[in-house]
Design a protein around this ligand. Structure first.
Ligand code: ATP
Ligand code: MG
Length: 243
């Protein structure tokens, strides 16, 4: 269970990015978070692994309340794939990045290597394992960052703009992957067709507040709601409407 309780957050320059956000996300759910550029989506989800700490209000994941002291515990529960993959990859070779988290958790090297191979084969990046991450293409970086998170087997997986660098085939692969996950999955994306294919529930964030929260089809078919929050209908519905 993921819980945000009256969460507010202001950046040091005075930008108020979140105002009194309250949300409950049950275990095993797949939830989409959408909203215009600058709405506060990344700020919100970056609270889930204690990258940001609550300034007012609370964030609780599987009974663990986010705080400086609990940051490490929280990071075992939550795997966050950052909006910018380069924030996630820092080792000399891709395989080192994928092994880094599990080895830090004290998992034995052979078992960690078996898991890493399985995850990287699933994402089709096993052949890239010896490359330096900074030499990968953007889409390859995205999958490498994803692999570092999946290898940790978190109970909550959070992905920020996962499809922005992906070609259509890899985008499709990611849809299948997310749909096959047993973990709670929170996806932030401007790709509303991707959200449609992967999430049962959608939360709309606007100017740091929850503007709407409901079943995916209800929210994503509501043109007025989407447009009043700086969004547009998913492309599949636009095509349908224009014939
Ligand atoms: N480090 C920072 N310092 C000051 N303001 C920031 C900082 N990071 C983000 N902001 C501001 O906080 C607000 C929310 O930003 P955030 O990155 O959470 O938006 P977002 O919904 O993820 O947008 P996008 O769709 O463009 O990724 C914006 O007004 C942004 O300018
Ligand atoms: Mg963002």
């Amino acid at each position: 269970m993921v819980k945000f309780e009256n969460l507010s957050f202001t950046y040091p320059d005075g930008t108020q990015a979140l105002q009194e956000v309250s949300l409950d996300i049950p275990a095993g759910a797949s939830v989409g978070i959408i909203g215009a550029n600058g709405a506060g989506k990344s700020t919100l989800i970056n609270h889930l692994n204690a990258f940001h700490l609550p300034q007012s209000g609370r964030v609780i994941v599987n009974g663990i309340e986010s705080s400086k002291e609990n940051a490490e515990k929280l990071r075992r529960e939550v795997g966050l794939v950052f909006q910018n993959s380069e924030d996630q990859l820092f080792m000399p070779r891709v395989i080192d990045d994928v092994l880094f988290g599990p080895m830090n958790l004290g998992i034995d090297k052979d078992a960690a290597m078996r898991d890493a191979e399985q995850v990287m084969r699933e994402l089709d990046i096993w052949s890239l394992r010896l490359k330096p991450p900074f030499n990968l293409s953007q889409g390859q970086k995205r999958f490498a960052a994803f692999a570092t998170i999946l290898a940790m087997k978190p109970s909550v997986i959070v992905v920020d703009e996962p499809t922005s660098d992906l070609d259509p085939r890899n985008r499709r692969k990611l849809i299948h992957l997310i749909n096959s996950l047993k973990a709670t999955c929170i996806t932030v994306s401007h790709d509303l067709d991707f959200i449609w294919d992967t999430c049962g529930r959608v939360i709309v964030i606007s100017a740091g507040k929850v503007a709407a929260d409901g079943r995916t089809e209800e929210i994503l078919r509501d043109r007025t709601l989407l447009e009043s929050n700086g969004l547009e209908l998913p492309i599949r519905l636009q095509c349908h409407l224009t014939g």
